[in-house]
Design a protein around this ligand. Structure first.
Ligand code: 0L1
Ligand code: MG
Length: 262
């Protein structure tokens, strides 16, 4: 019975995404006592459905990893979600607004994993040693919930609001950077909207990947070689509108940009 309810929740959220329809949060509409553990089981069912539909996982991602995000969303614990191949937009490309509900953009540093990283007890230094490259990224989040209104468990079940990602073109060796000092400036239509540095992400973006490895270890999982992983937003998220031109400039890592189409 319990598994049937979790499957119903997974379908409720994937159908909302496919049909571009905002829905009432799960803890109001279906299961008020949804636990965090059950929410991650819902996410696993979403991954399973997407794989069955022919999509590929690019990598897990970390979310809610900065104070700016905690203050913005009223949820103060990091979570993870999954990025799929159909979510990728090329650098400089267009994001059709009509594909999404109420998209917001965040500036993030992404890690290309060079060797499997298995918890528990993984540290940021170990992550750095096992990372092949880092690159700049813009994540477009698009909660399936009305007004981004959710609890901690709701947002986990909703695949951490994951929707689209634009990766930068330049791959850099992590050893060549103090990632906590890398500055990021997020602009929309030529106006600076948000800025910050890598240290906003749990003190150092590699700490977020270490936390991810340790969270996955609790259910026998690991961070895997070849995955490209978003470490979490450096800044608050900015609401997007059709016609916007978005640019994220990252010190020495490069620029990432896209336009929001109709
Ligand atoms: O990637 C993120 O930090 C998003 C996490 C989910 C919360 C939100 O929708 O802002
Ligand atoms: Mg994010």
């Amino acid at each position: 019975m319990a598994v049937e309810v979790l499957k119903k929740i997974a379908d409720y959220l994937v159908d909302a995404e496919i049909e571009k329809r905002e829905v009432v949060k799960v803890t109001t509409a279906i299961k008020p006592d949804l636990t965090v553990e059950e929410a991650y089981q819902v996410q696993d069912l979403i991954v399973q459905r997407k794989l069955e539909e022919g999509h590929r996982v690019v990598g897990p991602k970390m979310g809610l990893t900065s104070k700016a995000k905690w203050d913005q969303m009223g949820v103060s614990e990091p979570i993870y979600g999954h990025v799929f191949d159909y979510m990728l937009i090329e650098n400089g490309g267009a994001l059709p607004f009509s594909d999404l509900l109420h998209p917001k953009v965040e500036a993030e540093i992404a890690f290309v994993i060079g060797e499997d990283i298995e918890g528990p007890g993984v540290t940021g230094a170990q992550v750095q040693a096992k990372t092949a490259y880092v690159l700049p990224a813009l994540e477009i989040i698009d909660s399936r919930y009305e007004n981004f209104n959710f609890t901690h468990a709701d947002v986990i079940a909703d695949n951490a609001s994951t929707s689209r990602v634009v990766f930068g073109n330049s791959l850099k060796k992590p050893a060549d950077f103090d990632l906590e000092l890398v500055g990021a400036v997020l602009s929309v239509n030529g106006q600076v909207k948000e800025l910050g540095a890598g240290a906003a992400v749990l003190g150092h973006p590699a700490n977020a990947i270490a936390m991810l490895a340790n969270m996955l270890a609790r259910k026998g999982g690991k961070v895997e070689k070849g995955e490209i992983i978003l470490s979490g937003a450096i800044t608050s998220a900015i609401l997007l509108h059709a016609g916007d031109f978005v640019s994220g400039k990252f010190d020495r890592l490069g620029e990432v940009m896209f336009t929001v189409g109709e």
